[in-house]
Design a protein around this ligand. Sequence first.
Ligand SMILES: C[S@@+](CC[C@H](N)C(=O)[O-])C[C@H]1O[C@@H](n2cnc3c(N)ncnc32)[C@H](O)[C@@H]1O
Length: 274
Amino acid sequence: MRLDVVTIFPEYLEPLNVSLVGKARARGQLDVRVHDLRQWTHDRHNTVDDTPYGGGPGMVMKPDPWGEALDAVIASGTAADPDARPVLVVPTPSGVPFTQRLAVELSERPWLVFAPARYEGIDRRVIEEYGERLDVYEVSIGDYVLAGGEAAVLVITEAVARLLPGVLGNAESHQDDSFAPGAMADLLEGPVYTKPPQWRGRGIPEVLVSGHHGRIARWRRDEAFRRTSRNRPDLIERCDPAALDKHDRALLGELGWRELPDGRFGRPGELVEE
Ligand SMILES: C[S@@+](CC[C@H](N)C(=O)[O-])C[C@H]1O[C@@H](n2cnc3c(N)ncnc32)[C@H](O)[C@@H]1O
């Protein structure tokens, strides 16, 4: 997969040389190219921002450098393959929430171009212009406001890169993760343990050393439901009824959830302790 990042702080992307993403780059599984937006400015001060139309506080990123930058990045890819079309990913708190589903979707695309902004964001016309020829995803990594989109690029890149074939040592390990498509789609992973079997007087759940795979899988699923019920009740509410077995339904009942006529589960009237 190829990733391009256009930014006014190229050094902010240094962590892409470290750990899982760094190794994927070293192995040639990820081709990451970081570009300084200011190289596409033409004035003495390398200006990338200006005052907002309509007034108000803050500055807005000018369309001209972004247009030149994105044209150049896209041209560098189409020179090698005239049919190549990147997906443009624009981090913004006003975008669609970044989820594991979206990470999977992006991991299936061969080329992503990130446009992290600073100030109050990028002149809207840039998004409109590239939206006519590329798939553009405006993506938020959470309901809070960062000073710039570079941290969002790091988050999205790491979530996407670990899904690429061969990047994780054990290809199955992300299938049990919280939010993983399939059985875990709307569930949080439960607690995990490793050796020693006793630590500061605390043992581990016996089932985990029973050697009984069926019981271990059931225990893990139960724990996933307990944790999700406590920390993310909104996920229980949207759980696909077809994905729930008899045992799941009974457990949700024990946790205080009410089965609705459509098979979904409704918010409990009062908080239920684990
Ligand atoms: C100070 S923010 C701009 C916030 C904008 N005025 C608003 O209220 O929506 C500057 C940049 O940081 C990035 N950013 C901030 N919060 C983000 C979030 N939750 N998710 C993704 N990117 C974010 C975006 O690139 C954004 O354009």
